[in-house]
Design a protein around this ligand. Structure first.
Ligand code: SAH
Length: 376
């Protein structure tokens, strides 16, 4: 019997997971086909999860041939899948070129939240974040951002054949700073809320940013999704240290952008995230300062217990300190919640997403530096 031929050619066909409705329309027009094909194609792809053009029975032979030659529908390769005792699932997805990213599914009653990455590594260098230690490698393409939803829903269908678990919410809170990958993020968000694709409610897609002010304004104009801001400190002195992008866009500018954001409509608010670092940002005085800062704005505050990782130099605030912090803010009229840590037995909790980056040059350098609060 003849050996099967192994192709060494690189597959350069266009991955359609990277195209939102407008881009698909241009593609079909270029191919000389009708715009209604876009609706048909998207229904096959996103409603029936079909990835083979030959299975799209209302497409003629010629169109299928053209698509086979020039395009593909390709999710992500799974290197690892871990299921936590609490039902949280973490995937390590491999990308072309060998890097890996992490995506996490967090079930909660009827809700299923997918935490999506937007970059391999991150350039922003927040002092308490594991991803920051990798340094920055590259932006994800739109196809790789959507590929996370595609492959995660495929796996959920396989694990839960009766559809007990599915993606109802997306938080862009995985690896990377989403607003630093703006051009690839926006078409991905469009697909998440498009009824012909994932059809998620606009309030159930949340972009979390460390505070890239001009891009917050751009997002307000371009996408109707929810906004979360990683604040973590009530004053510039401390925030400069924890979230260094603050030196470029200090708190006053960030709060102004948030005020512009909530002008969108009466129901819009901003979700502020605040990681609880023992003896660093969890003093009662800091809670009072934070309350003053947030008072003017329709917002919610989410207190996140710090998830430790090796060499971080921080410890999580004891529950008593978190409770006191919560009390001060709540008494000041700020709607404050405390996040439960999920999936930490499989290193899937916030800030523990580290993936695997080929270029670790920055990582080794940075591990030699003492961290804030670290004993030398
Ligand atoms: N770059 C974006 C999104 C990714 S981080 C942002 O900064 O918002 C998602 C959330 O996890 C952020 O609020 C981030 O500050 C928080 N986080 C990072 N490291 C953490 C850790 N070790 N423990 C708890 N939360 C962490």
């Amino acid at each position: 019997m003849a050996e099967p031929a192994i192709s060494t050619e690189v597959d350069t066909r266009l991955n359609l997971l990277g195209l939102d409705q407008a881009a698909l329309r241009s593609l079909f027009t270029e191919m000389g086909d009708k715009p209604f094909r876009v609706t048909q194609l998207m229904k096959w792809m996103y409603h029936s999860h079909i990835d083979q053009f030959d299975d799209m029975s209302n497409f003629g032979l010629r169109l299928r041939q053209t698509l086979n030659e020039t395009a593909k529908i390709q999710g992500l390769g799974t290197q690892f899948e871990g299921i936590s005792a609490d039902g949280t699932i973490k995937w390590l997805f491999v990308l072309e070129g060998g890097n890996a990213i992490e995506t996490v599914f967090i079930p909660d009653k009827e809700r299923g939240t997918l935490c999506v990455s937007t970059q391999v590594g991150c350039a922003l260098d927040c002092s308490f974040c594991a991803t920051a230690r990798q340094g920055f490698n590259r932006n994800l393409t739109t196809a790789e951002i959507i590929g996370q939803l595609w492959t995660a829903s495929e796996r959920l269908r396989a694990l839960y054949p009766n559809a007990e678990r599915r993606i109802t919410n997306v938080v862009i809170m995985g690896m990377g700073e989403p607003l630093a990958n703006y051009a690839n993020l926006v078409p991905a968000l469009n697909l998440m809320v498009d009824d012909l694709a994932y059809g998620l409610s606009k309030r159930r897609v949340t972009v979390s940013t460390s505070g890239i002010v001009p891009k917050i304004d751009a997002l307000k104009a371009d996408c109707d999704v929810a906004l979360a801001v990683s604040l973590h400190a009530p004053n510039d002195e401390l925030r400069d240290e924890l979230v260094p992008i603050n030196k470029k866009y200090p708190i006053a500018q960030l709060m102004d952008a948030c005020e512009r954001w909530v002008q969108r409509d009466r129901k819009t608010h901003v979700m502020f995230e605040y990681v609880m670092l023992n003896e660093v940002n969890d003093h009662p005085e800091q809670a009072r300062q934070l309350a003053k800062l947030l008072k003017k704005l329709p917002c919610k505050l989410n207190l996140i217990p710090f998830n430790p990782f090796e060499g971080s130099g921080y410890t999580v605030s004891p529950q008593k300190r978190i409770d006191r912090f919560w009390e001060i803010l709540t008494e000041a009229g700020i709607r404050t919640t405390m996040r439960r840590t999920r999936g930490d037995d499989i290193d899937a909790a916030c800030g523990q997403l580290a993936g695997k980056v080929e270029d670790k040059s920055r990582r080794s350098r940075k591990f030699e530096q003492p961290r804030f609060g670290e004993q030398k």
